[in-house]
Design a protein around this ligand. Structure first.
Ligand code: B3K
Ligand code: ZN
Length: 883
């Protein structure tokens, strides 16, 4: 497959302004007729009309009603001499939705029809200029069997519907949809099936009435209340925070069980993976409720950031994704309410960034937020484009302030509504709305965040001069080389900071008495001087994680303890505790010594756990040790088994040293009354579940049977999934004997609920490895009657859980994990290349592994790469890994 380069962008030779699409839906053979209004783009050189098309069976092509000569060149239909003046192009083709296991284009799932067109799925429906800068107004007619497919949906407004009377159409009905907003083909959608909807009418601030609908399979309606509430909250928020109203009379959301990702923002017809939509207290955890709220919001927010203003080309993907993730993160924080609940959201987002994006940014797939080349665009829906992209947007806000950012957004929509634009256009709008700001004065340097891959390393060194009563902070930055980018230039790094005295009191940083400020680092090295500082202070840097960098401030344990206890910034209080733990773990790993936690550390953790004022949610985060993949990131040579052993040792010591405190925390965080997924209750459940797992872990060591028994009882009696799964996880993760009967009971209880059975697989595949038992279990589970590679949720629940989220089970000295990986990647690739290439990424970081893992991993990747008929998706991943 050719490598597509960002700098090769050219406008299309033709525009398609209007499309009339009709579908005669049939699982085995759907007939698609597309009538397009086409005009030549006079801004580019004269050339043939080249339409994209894949897996299509062409029946006819007409120009202005007459047959036209064409040729097929690979995945293109080429018409060499189309008219010079505007013309009508008609294409008729057939497709086979039931054989479409790639889940891109039009496919069937559970007997209904669904589409997924982003990024390049529309070309699997019909021939088209399938690129985001070609925006057209669509009218769509759907015809289908009325009994099997009573619901017929597409984008926009329903303009007509009824039964088909002609003799050849017995039992069939039709619906006509019109979307008044010009849109790129990737936002097109169709749904047809036996679905039911929860409906709600709302009136927005602007005084307009709208119909909201959430469509699901019969039987799932009770599980849509949370999604509907989340949608309403999103509509209200976007209007209040950014002045962006709902622009459609009708907004539809549809759930589907077979889906490659979380959800899709098709104009007026969002399609969701049921895992990102359906929730009930009995079947979904607090984390599920939070995730659903944020994904519903994310897709809704795309209506402006993505749909009204879209991307000129796919290299600009972060224009919509980074911005929309930023918006959904801000929304979740605003919904959480209290400042401490906001901090909890921020900590969770940063943890996610560090666990997924940091390794990506230092591995074989490292790429800039705006990539320079790709062979398969679906491989670039990454943590870098999404999560690092969101951090970049957050830095704009930090540099121009919240009000300034809102003004920038306003200007962005004034300039670009209805257009397909670039990341540069966004940057320019934010800067132009804030002339003279810290952003506008260094915009070109700031934009290196879009062009340079890799996580910058920032070093801080402070010196106090008692004679002059000054504190000088020297900051340096360096970004490591990444594939294709050997050298890097300095970036603009906003460092939000404060200074504390040795007792934890905040110091004034300037004559105005401010205790917090933003230092803007934009050189390789800079110094900042603070006056009137009497004694050596403790610097609190990068508050709220103000830039996506790795900070080395060289602070002593004593200084970290001051921050952990007293910093006014909750994020940095959490961070100080994590750093204390990380320092211990890294020291043990580097020395090759067994890990022993210091008394000071244990007492600090006890202090947090028993703190009378801290929220349960914060305590849970503070008492959770850094993840194994984040620890791995700190090391030049990674031994996954050693890391796992160190983390387990730390966990056992915390479990045992704080036994009484865990008991107290468990008792103190029980909730009486019904289930609500609010931040306070979910924080309590999270802490109670952590306490329970510590107590069961400790019981395994001491031989005590009381806590495993209590956990089993709680598992049986739980009134909600968070508590039930928490208790089950406590048993499974500790390797308790009661784990097996509990797993069996859980399966029997939920055997008809696919989303819960996914949890059952994932829990077993993610359990802490001991003596190869988890790996063996996971392999056996691939033979389980409920396991299938065809459903992405199910495949991921086992394969991604094991290969990507359970390093100690996966990286084995006998290489069996890698053999398993290679088999599964190839098996999935034959069905669903997008899914296969996600799982293929488990090997991104093979080159930093210690031996014998390194050589064995490389060999497995090479074996996959040697297969001649790999998808473009998987080929790009394995070839980059080997490069
Ligand atoms: N825009 C879609 C992702 C499409 C992925 C295509 N492989 C969902 C989202 O980010 O909202
Ligand atoms: Zn998105």
């Amino acid at each position: 497959a050719p490598l597509i380069q960002r700098l090769d962008y050219q406008q299309p030779a033709f525009w398609i302004r209007k499309v009339d699409l009709s579908f005669d839906l049939d699982p085995a053979k759907t007939i698609v007729t597309s009538k397009m209004q086409v005009e030549r783009n006079r801004a580019v050189p004269h050339g043939p009309l080249r339409l994209h098309g894949e897996e299509l069976n062409l029946l006819r092509a007409l120009i202005n009603g007459a047959g036209v000569s064409f040729r097929q060149e690979g995945h293109e239909l080429v018409i060499d001499n189309p008219p010079d003046e505007d013309f009508a192009l008609e294409i008729r083709n057939t497709i086979c939705p039931e054989k479409n296991t790639a889940l891109s284009g039009l496919y069937t799932s559970g007997g209904s029809f669904f589409t997924q067109c982003e990024a390049e799925g529309f070309r699997r429906i019909t021939y088209f200029l399938d690129r985001p800068d070609v925006m057209a107004v669509y009218t769509v007619t759907l015809r289908a069997d009325a009994t099997k497919y009573p619901v017929l949906l597409s984008n926009g407004n329903l303009v007509d519907s009824g039964t088909l009377e002609e003799p050849g159409n017995k039992g069939r009905h039709f619906a006509v949809w019109h979307d008044p907003f010009p849109k790129p083909s990737y936002l097109f959608a169709v749904v047809a099936g036996d679905l039911v909807a929860r409906e709600q009418r709302v009136r927005t601030r602007a005084g307009k009435d709208h119909l909201l609908q959430v469509y699901v399979r019969r039987g799932d309606l009770e599980k849509t209340e949370h999604a509907m509430n989340s949608l309403i909250a999103s509509i209200v928020w976007d209007e209040a925070r950014f002045g962006l109203p709902l622009d459609l009379e009708r907004f539809m959301v549809v759930g589907v069980s077979d889906f490659n990702m979380g959800a899709m923002e098709n104009k007026g017809l969002n399609i969701f993976n049921t895992a990102a939509l359906l929730a009930s207290p009995a079947t979904a955890t607090d984390a599920d409720f939070a995730r659903i709220e944020s994904i519903v919001a994310h897709e809704y927010f795309h209506n402006w950031t993505g749909n009204r203003v879209t991307c000129r080309d796919w290299f600009q993907l972060s224009l919509k994704e980074g911005l929309t993730v930023f918006r959904d993160q801000e929304f979740s924080m605003d919904m959480a309410g209290s400042s401490s609940a906001r901090a909890v959201c921020r900590i969770q987002d940063v943890r996610q960034l560090r666990a997924l994006q940091f390794p990506e940014d230092s591995g074989a797939m490292a790429h800039p937020v705006r990539p320079d080349s790709y062979s398969e665009i679906n491989n670039f829906y990454t943590a870098t484009v999404y999560e690092k992209g969101s951090e970049v947007v957050r830095m704009y806000q930090t540099l121009v302030g919240r009000k300034g950012f809102e003004a920038g957004m306003k200007l962005y929509f004034e300039r670009h509504d209805g257009q397909a634009v670039t990341c540069d256009d966004f940057a320019q709008a934010i800067a132009d709305a804030n002339p003279g700001s810290a952003l506008a004065t260094r915009l070109d340097t700031f934009k290196r965040w879009y062009s340079q891959a890799g996580t910058p390393r920032v070093k801080a060194h402070g010196e106090h001069d008692a004679a002059t009563r000054t504190y000088t902070l020297r900051l340096t930055q360096h970004t490591p080389a990444t594939p294709g980018q050997p050298t890097k230039l300095p970036q603009v790094i906003p460092v939000v900071m404060g200074l504390l005295d040795r007792h934890g009191a905040a110091l004034a940083l300037n004559a105005a008495g401010d205790t917090e400020t933003v230092l803007v680092l934009d050189q390789a090295e800079q110094t900042f001087v603070f006056e009137n500082i009497d004694a050596e202070p403790v610097p609190s840097l990068l508050r709220g994680f103000s830039a996506p960098v790795v900070l080395d401030d060289g602070l002593s344990d004593a200084a970290l303890l001051v921050l952990m206890r007293h910093d006014s910034d909750a994020f940095n209080r959490w961070e100080a505790g994590q750093r204390l733990a990380l320092n211990r773990i890294l020291a043990a790993l580097r020395a090759g010594q067994p890990l022993v936690l210091s008394n000071a550390f244990i007492e600090a953790m006890r202090g947090v756990l028993n703190h009378p004022e801290l929220d349960a949610a914060f305590k849970e985060l503070a008492l959770t040790l850094p993840g194994e993949s984040y620890i791995a990131e700190q090391l030049d040579v990674v031994d996954p088994q050693a890391i796992h052993a160190a983390v387990m040792a730390a966990q056992r010591q915390l479990a045992s040293a704080l036994r009484d405190d865990w008991t107290a925390a468990f008792e103190a965080n029980q909730i009486a009354g019904g289930y609500t997924p609010d931040p306070v209750s979910s924080g309590k459940r999270a802490l109670a579940n952590l306490a329970l797992s510590m107590l069961v872990l400790d019981a395994q060591a001491t031989g005590d049977t009381v806590w495993p028994g209590k956990a089993y009882q709680r598992f049986k009696d739980a009134s909600n999934m968070t508590d039930r799964l928490g208790a089950l996880a406590a048993l499974v993760n500790a390797g308790a004997e009661l784990a097996q009967p509990a797993l069996e009971r859980f399966h029997a209880l939920f055997k008809d609920d696919a989303l819960v059975i996914d949890k059952w697989f994932a829990l077993q595949a993610r359990a802490p490895e001991s003596d190869g038992r988890v790996f063996a279990r996971a392999k056996t589970l691939t033979k389980h009657a409920d396991f299938t590679l065809k459903n992405p949720n199910r495949a991921r629940s086992l394969l991604a859980s094991l290969c990507m989220f359970n390093p100690a089970a996966f990286h084995r000295a006998d290489a069996a994990g890698y053999v398993f990986w290679a088999e599964q990647v190839l098996a999935v690739d034959a069905i669903n290349p997008q899914l296969a290439s996600r799982i293929a990424r488990a090997m991104d970081r093979w080159s930093v592994l210690a031996e014998p893992y390194r050589s064995a991993a490389r060999e497995a990747v090479a074996r996959v790469a040697a297969k001649p008929d790999l998808s473009t998706d998987v080929r790009e991943i394995v070839e980059r890994a080997l490069a």
